[in-house]
Design a protein around this ligand. Structure first.
Ligand code: SF4
Length: 385
């Protein structure tokens, strides 16, 4: 890890120097976007032949010229995925702790203004959910909650991690972003991973959809994976909510730049990218520019070619046929049998889900489909000592 002390706790308008977040904001996305706009078939050929793909090469793989060569991209992505990850796909489940939220994000069902049924699990309920997920085969869970620092407090989150950790060697969190000391407490309790979607890397879009609450601070959020890594988190997950910003290529360039920067700065951590596309949710938000299936596949292939060792996670937002088809192209981690409302595994829950899911197959069914396609579903690949 870096040996330079980093001022990660301040909340200025820009991320602190020496962080992956600072590296990202220094990237000239507009210039790289112009590369994507101008790339020719010959440029795409050159990138596909190259052993190392930089951000300009990645941008070329997002071009219209590359879209016309989607089959070649898919073959390259498949080769790299096989070489780097073999025939394994990791399975995990989200465990929603709370849908309380004091932030207003226009695209999210949990947004503070939405009149929905709110619920926060007690520790006994967290334990019951964890036991049920363990019974279904999972050894990797992701604790998810809205942003409510009083109800979903540091103490509550730490207690939830301590409740789940004896059953699960891998416990991640996808909750509001915290300072380094809080991440340290979570690590000490048994948490080893954090997921922080920047949602949109474009500042104007970011501000236009995050209307109220702590999440409005773009720079504080962008540096959260740095703070988590500084605190000892082993796995760092990032993502952009595809469809929020009208230009998916610009978003993809910033996302790849962020992954690259995290790998460079925090080389001991495992970096993973998620590719969530906007789904219907309470509040009725409509994506500015839905990302179509062909663009989605192109993006996945480009990421796999440019960032060969990075894990890519795909959630149950996507329909079963697409999820199954994307595994050979670079997906390495999948959620399965998910509930996106607090409760719901151990017993029925009437709390509002964060978004609608499209793949309603059980974990056992997803695992069976993977096996039939020649893949090994991996429930556990890490043991806490
Ligand atoms: S995206 Fe997160 S912070 Fe925003 S409303 Fe939803 S749960 Fe709250």
């Amino acid at each position: 890890m870096t040996s330079t002390p980093i001022l990660l706790e301040s909340r200025p308008d820009r991320p602190p120097e020496g962080t992956a977040a600072a590296d990202v904001v220094s990237v000239d996305v507009a210039r790289l976007r112009a590369v994507a706009a101008a790339a020719t078939g010959a440029d795409v050929d050159r990138v596909l032949r190259s052993p190392h793909v930089d951000l300009a090469g990645f941008a070329a793989l997002l071009s219209d010229a590359a879209a016309a060569r989607l089959e070649d991209l898919a073959q390259a992505a498949h080769r790299i995925t096989r070489a780097r990850f073999g025939s394994t796909v990791r399975l995990f489940a989200p465990l929603y702790l709370s849908n309380e939220c004091v932030s207003t994000c226009t695209y999210c069902g949990y947004s503070a203004g939405n009149d929905i049924r709110r619920r926060t699990l007690t520790l006994d309920e967290v334990r019951a959910e964890a036991v049920e997920l363990h019974r279904r085969g999972f050894r990797h869970i992701l604790l998810v909650a809205g942003e409510h620092a009083r109800i979903v407090s540091r103490d509550y989150l730490e207690a939830c991690v301590r409740t789940a950790a004896p059953l699960f060697p891998q416990v991640g969190v996808e909750v509001q972003v915290w300072d380094t000391d809080t991440y340290r407490r979570l690590v000490a309790a048994g948490c080893d991973g954090v997921i922080v979607f920047q949602e949109s890397y474009n500042r104007d879009t970011y501000e236009s959809v995050h209307l109220k609450g702590k999440k409005r601070n773009y720079a504080w959020r962008l540096a959260a994976p740095d703070r988590a890594a500084e605190a000892g988190m082993r796995r760092l997950g990032i993502g952009a909510l595809l469809g929020l910003h009208p230009d998916w290529r610009a978003e993809a360039i910033a996302l790849a730049a962020h992954a690259q920067a995290l790998i460079r700065r925090w080389w001991r951590c495992e970096v993973q990218i998620s590719l969530p596309r906007l789904r219907p949710a309470a509040g009725g938000y409509e994506p500015a520019e839905p990302v179509g299936d062909a663009a989605f596949v192109q993006l996945l292939c480009a990421l796999r070619i440019a960032l060969p060792g990075v894990g890519v996670s795909l959630s149950t937002r996507e329909v079963p046929s697409l999820r199954d088809a994307l595994v050979p192209l670079g997906v390495t981690t999948m959620s399965a049998g998910s509930h996106t409302e607090p409760g719901g595994y151990a017993e029925d829950s009437d709390a509002e889900p964060q978004f609608e899911i499209s793949d309603r197959r059980s974990p056992a069914e997803v695992a069976a489909v993977l096996r039939a396609a020649g893949y090994d579903p991996v429930w556990k690949d890490w043991q806490r000592v």
